[in-house]
Design a protein around this ligand. Structure first.
Ligand code: CTP
Ligand code: MG
Length: 232
């Protein structure tokens, strides 16, 4: 395949507060990582690099094998780093073959629809030699800017969106942007910010409510309700 997805799963999940690394926490009888990989393998065939918590590569391998079925040859596991950006860099270094489109995806967005994965990949392919594409959702809350105890301004919500993953890029400019970030020591909030800092345009497509990130215990409850077929 000409497309790869890097599934970053190496975080500890401090805010979730479970007794295992977040990706290995169960939602139902399957872990967050397993659900994320089930979604990825339900999309068009692509190379899959799982970035695992260091020391737990074997557990991630087993999850990958289960999710991959007869596509195990498309998957690979590497150990992550101590920041998300370093984990993505480890995933990039593990790509093989002549992949030209790279998606970067949070394992924590466990219920992301396969159609969203395909839509991001397609938008990158349609977007030219240095395309960057992210899925977004409108911001629903009323937002305020504050200074100390005071509310100083309302923020125009119509110009703001919430970013999700998978975020998709052409491989060459993404690798170059990571090399620049590594050399400068800069840390970015997401891959799109790192890519934009290297001078590239980033476009957006419609995200999905189901691509929400499991961050705090209430998010895990929401995922459990969704899987049980009841409203979150
Ligand atoms: N991630 C990673 N390597 C890190 C940190 C994060 O691969 N060093 C991954 C997480 O596994 C997750 C995604 O990046 O799938 C988004 O990060 P986040 O939701 O912040 O997960 P954690 O960092 O694990 O959680 P927390 O910030 O609450 O500790
Ligand atoms: Mg984190």
């Amino acid at each position: 395949p000409d497309t790869a997805i890097i599934v970053v799963a190496a975080g500890s999940g401090t805010r979730l507060g479970a007794d295992a690394p977040k990706a290995l926490v169960g939602i139902d009888d399957r872990t967050i990582l397993r659900h994320a990989l089930d979604g990825v393998f339900a999309a068009a065939p692509m190379q899959v690099v799982v970035v695992a918590p260091p020391g737990l590569e074997g557990v991630a391998e087993a999850e990958l094998r289960q999710a991959a079925g007869d596509r195990a040859d498309l998957g690979r596991v590497v150990a992550g780093g101590d920041t998300r950006q370093r984990s993505v860099a480890a995933g990039l270094a593990a790509l093989w073959g002549d992949v030209s489109t790279v998606l970067v995806h949070d394992a924590a967005r466990a219920l992301t629809p396969p159609a969203l994965v395909d839509a991001v990949a397609q938008a990158v392919k349609d977007g030219g030699p240095d395309a960057g594409v992210i899925p977004v959702l409108p911001v629903v809350d009323t937002l305020k800017r504050v200074e100390a105890a005071d509310v100083v301004a309302a923020v125009d919500r119509s110009t703001l969106v919430a970013a999700q993953t998978p975020q998709g890029f052409r491989r060459e400019p993404l690798e170059a942007a990571y090399a620049v970030a590594l050399a400068s020591g800069a840390e970015y909030t997401d891959d799109a910010a790192l890519f934009a800092a290297a001078g590239h345009r980033v476009q957006h497509i419609a995200g999905s409510e189901r691509a929400f990130k499991i961050t705090v215990p209430a998010d895990l409850e929401r995922a459990r309700h969704l899987l049980a077929g009841s409203p979150a």
